[in-house]
Design a protein around this ligand. Structure first.
Ligand code: AHR
Length: 513
């Protein structure tokens, strides 16, 4: 049986953990909104039509901030369509997802829902088919106090106090040829810069995200980042990253190492941002908003369907209504292995906590999501729900730069990678710490000794894991609790050393206090 060793020392800090690291994303795509969070006829619906069973699950998940309303959707979306009396709102064709958007849920409704789940609303601006003027108008409508006509309109629409939205995204995946308004980096960089300057004149409290590459495999990566940041470096606060991971051709070993891919991607974006910092002789360090990340089984559809919108459809839906309302899109059903990868991706984000100050698991409900619903029926937790919820609960304070000694293994996609990965967090004020570990071996348990001596006297509070004989076990409507967290009963502390055995293909979180 392989062994591994981890050293945790609170003197070696990566950086403070921003609560926004545990953000999520709701796009007007598929059934994320309609029959996901909003279903007025559902037995649990509240007086605004929101499903209370979903609200409870989102609260329990520990989501801190939620990006809205897209995604690709936002590049063809005009925010004005989503305000005012519901029965007067236009029905629009959503070109990104080849669906009909009823606009029943818009800025006011979504903001109210975000308050119900106890999160922060982060808003994406259309820089695809819209321009700086429209960006200014939505920020003024949302954030201006009385006096302006737009603020008065917001008040007339039922919201007296400004929404006070801080985090604004300057477009979405503008490097992607599928994106409405896709432009070369130079054009987008100039547009993002002048829009950012204008928004800051309107509201100096805004935090702005420039659109980075939609994936590190894009041919324009990382030149896109360099050019965009050369235009926007002093105007924005973050550059965005997006990354989706999937098991390809039955190669589970490579898939489990997806966090290595995320690490390399982050390191490349950080290097590019710091290169521009040096070029500009700037004192400012730019951080990252990893505003879309998850496991997503996208590959098959990308190969089968050339049109962007069709990639997400089942063939039977294409043959029926070509512009359906809330079609079933990208409703991936996640396995134990997927949950282990999600746990590993969270380790990678925490390891970069000094530079990744905001992140959003994409998405939250139904579409590539940890929560699934049936219209008129139940809502349940997918396997990926558990590592997110537990990491969000335990990872407080600062992320620590741990040393991991582990055997490695060969992967087709990433070369040799360590079998065991880990990160630790420490919250001095609360007197708590946590260690998160992954074993990527397909066949063997690994016993890990974690040297905690530098933390002083600590007790083991809890150790839970995602692991199963069947790594492809999933939660479904018929078996919603098939995959759950289990106790990792092997964990024990003696003389400042934690010993824990990690089953093959597993993720474990150890709480210390
Ligand atoms: O999350 C679904 C889609 O994936 C988003 O709309 C887009 O930004 C990304 O390509």
């Amino acid at each position: 049986m392989p062994n591994a060793r981890v050293v945790v020392d609170p003197r070696y800090v990566v950086g403070p953990i921003n609560r926004r690291l545990f953000g999520s994303f709701i796009e007007h795509m598929g059934r994320a909104v309609y029959t996901g969070i909003y279903e007025p006829d559902h037995p649990t619906a509240d007086d605004e039509g929101f499903r209370q069973d979903v609200i409870e699950l989102v609260r329990e998940l520990g989501v801190s901030a939620i990006r809205y309303p897209g995604g690709n959707f936002v590049s063809g979306f005009h925010w004005r369509d989503s305000i005012g009396p519901k029965d007067e709102r236009p029905r629009r064709l959503s070109l990104a997802w080849r669906a009909t958007e009823t606009n029943e849920v818009g800025l006011h409704e979504f903001s109210s829902w975000v308050e119900k789940v106890g999160g922060e609303l982060m808003y994406a601006i259309n820089l695809g088919t819209a321009d700086t003027r429209e960006a200014l108008e939505v920020v003024e409508y949302a954030n201006a106090p009385r006096r302006s006509t737009l603020a008065e309109e917001r008040i007339a629409n039922g919201r007296t106090e400004p929404f006070g939205i801080t985090m604004w995204y300057l477009g979405n995946e503008m490097d992607g040829p599928w994106q409405l308004g896709h432009a070369p980096a130079d054009d987008y960089g100039k547009k993002a810069s002048r829009t950012a300057k204008a928004l800051r004149q309107l509201d100096p409290r805004v935090e702005l995200v420039a659109s980075g590459s939609s994936h590190p495999t894009m041919p324009t990566f990382p030149e896109w980042e360099r050019v965009v940041l050369e235009h926007t470096y002093e105007d924005v606060d973050y550059i965005s990253c997006h990354g989706y991971y999937e098991e390809k051709n039955g190669d589970l070993g490579s898939f489990l190492a997806a966090p290595v891919k995320m690490d390399r991607y982050l390191d490349a974006v950080i290097a590019t941002a710091d290169h521009v910092k040096a070029l500009k002789r700037s004192d400012k360090t730019l951080n990252i908003s990893f505003d879309e990340w998850n496991v997503w089984y996208l590959g098959d559809n990308l190969r089968r369907f050339p049109r962007q919108a069709d990639r997400f459809y089942r063939t039977d839906e294409i043959e029926g209504d070509d512009w359906p309302e809330a079609p079933r899109l990208a409703e991936d059903v996640y396995s134990v292995a997927d949950a282990v990868v999600v746990g590993g991706l969270l380790i990678s984000l925490l390891r970069h906590a000094d530079r990744v100050s905001s992140a959003a698991m994409s998405m939250l409900v139904n579409v590539i999501a940890p929560i699934t619903t049936e219209p008129g029926g139940p809502a349940w937790r997918q396997s990926t729900y558990f590592p997110f919820a537990l990491t969000s609960k335990l990872a407080n304070g600062v992320a620590l730069d741990v040393r991991v000694e582990s055997e490695d293994y060969e992967t087709a996609e990433h070369g040799r990678v360590p079998l065991v990965d880990a990160v630790a967090t420490a919250d001095a004020d609360a007197g708590r710490a946590a260690v998160f570990l992954v074993n990527r071996s397909l066949t063997e348990e690994v016993t890990v000794t974690v040297d905690l001596a530098a933390l002083g006297r600590v007790e083991l509070l809890d150790a839970r894991m995602i692991a199963d004989e069947d790594v492809y076990a999933r939660n479904t409507r018929d078996e919603p609790d098939r995959v759950q967290l289990k106790a990792n009963a092997s964990a024990a502390i003696e003389d400042g050393v934690l010993t824990v055995t990690l089953p093959p293909v597993s993720w474990t979180a150890v709480a210390l206090g």
